[in-house]
Design a protein around this ligand. Structure first.
Ligand code: DQA
Length: 144
């Protein structure tokens, strides 16, 4: 099973960035834990991070026909990017939206995700563990 993981803008600064919201784990820590879990459950993972909306769109497009699932934290683009939403509509695979913080417990402008209604499901508020839960979600969906 081949899964693509996309981290949106500023997630490359995890560990330094607003630890009260995002914890002390770095993006590399999260990727390493995912890769280790992947080895255990037979899931190969590719990781991509960008601060640029168009690059994220390009990467989603290039995932077409190449992956069995997508795990994506679009970060701030969650709340604004119709381009990312439209690109996701291209894919016919499980797509799990992840947020480290619980976006519904934060400022009102974070309560709306423009991708929530086009993804398979959303995991929000479990820190880095949310990405591991997302792997379980994809795994279960593919087994059904
Ligand atoms: C985030 C929540 C977003 O509102 C924010 O812009 C982020 C990270 C999260 O993982 O909690 O950059 O997606």
């Amino acid at each position: 099973m081949k899964i693509l993981v996309i981290h949106g803008p500023n997630l490359n600064m995890l560990g330094k960035r607003e630890p009260a919201h995002y914890g002390m784990e770095t993006m590399e820590d999260i990727n390493r834990q995912m890769a280790e879990k992947g080895l255990q459950i037979g899931m190969a993972l590719d990781f991509f991070q960008s601060n640029h909306e168009g690059r994220i769109v390009d990467t989603i497009q290039s995932a077409y026909g190449q992956y069995d699932g997508l795990i994506i934290n679009p970060a701030a683009y969650t709340h604004t990017s119709l381009a990312i939403r439209d690109a996701l509509l291209l894919l016919d695979i499980p797509v799990i939206e992840v947020h480290l913080s619980n976006i519904y417990k934060r400022e009102p402008f974070r309560h709306h995700s423009v991708i929530a209604d086009v993804v398979s499901g959303q995991i929000t508020g479990f820190g880095g563990n949310g990405y591991l839960l997302a792997m379980d979600a994809v795994f279960q969906m593919k087994r059904q």
